[in-house]
Design a protein around this ligand. Structure first.
Ligand code: PMP
Length: 291
């Protein structure tokens, strides 16, 4: 059975799920999105994803044409219609159809799209052996110009980073702030462990404040692992005892080499492994039931 995608209240077979070329989401990247996961019939932290979607839309003065609970129900109904219990969900709100100028006032109705599909993850061995990442030369946008917490349809900053990552043959890459501090990976947040303390860059580093990041900080508190949010340099990262990345798609993935420098013993660290385990348990326990 072909997957069905939801556009403005109607489910279309995947191949027929289309939007206009005059949609400003397409013409200008004017819109917001979320990437969400369902595990074992539950949607992980759906409300937090909806909060972030609504917050970005508010800043963009983009009126989401349905209520929060309606969208919540539509996500669950789309998963049910597709018979999916473990899934990746992409929510998109675009400015909608307008003319060729960029004025959003010419777009009378934003479009809402719900894509539910299966997910292809990093290979399992990366979670066991750990991954090697590289630093890219493309810097993060400064948050004063474009706040990265607006998860907008314009992802070119991250795509420029990703192109470098691909050229270097790595699975992910680290982006620095304009003044050279570690910010985040192209689609994941970054953590290091130094002398038993978890350290992750603060929102002011121009990062997307990830929902997985926040879940890991909660788990660290629960596990009694001290955690701090502050800026750190590549020098700190190269000399850290452990490193890992977090994200909706990646979950918690150990990093064992950064720019050719082995981190810790060159194997996933103990705190990383504890948090990976705790995160895997958490996603099975919590979440909005699909049925
Ligand atoms: N940073 C960026 C740039 C991202 O796109 C994402 C989402 N893939 C993340 C961090 C991680 O955020 P989350 O845990 O909410 O998926």
């Amino acid at each position: 059975m072909a997957l069905k995608y939801w556009i403005d209240g109607t489910l279309y077979p995947k191949d027929e799920a289309k939007i206009s070329v005059l949609d400003h989401g397409f013409l200008y990247g004017d819109g917001v999105f979320e990437g969400i996961r369902a595990y074992g019939g539950r949607v992980f932290r759906l409300d937090q994803h909806l909060d972030r979607l609504w917050a970005g839309a508010r800043t963009l003065m983009l009126e989401i044409p349905l209520g929060r609970d309606e969208l919540r129900q539509a996500v669950l109904a789309t998963l049910r219609a597709n018979g999916l219990r473990d899934a990746y969900i992409r929510l998109v709100v675009s400015r909608g159809v307008g003319d060729l100028g960029l004025d959003p006032r010419k777009c009378p109705r934003p479009s809402v799209i719900i894509i539910t599909d299966t997910i292809s993850l990093y290979p399992g061995e990366l979670y066991e052996r750990g991954m090697e990442v590289v630093t890219v030369s493309t810097r993060k946008n400064i948050h004063q110009a474009l706040n990265p917490n607006i998860k907008s349809l314009n992802y070119l900053n991250q795509i420029l980073g990703r192109l470098e990552v691909n050229r270097m043959g790595a699975p992910e890459g680290i982006m620095l702030t304009h003044d050279g501090y570690v910010a985040e990976a192209t689609a994941d947040n970054v953590f290091s462990v130094v002398k038993g303390t978890l350290i992750t860059p603060p929102p002011i580093a121009g990062i997307l404040v990830g929902i997985t990041r926040n879940a890991v900080l909660e788990l660290a508190a629960r596990e009694g692992v001290p955690a701090e949010e502050h800026l750190f340099t590549l020098h700190t990262l190269y000399n850290a005892d452990e490193c890992f990345l977090t994200g909706t798609g990646a979950e918690v993935v150990p990093v064992v080499r950064v720019d050719g420098r082995p981190i810790g013993g060159g194997v996933p660290g103990q705190i990383t492994l504890r948090l990976m385990k705790a995160f895997r348990e958490l996603v099975q326990q919590e979440g909005a039931p699909i049925d």
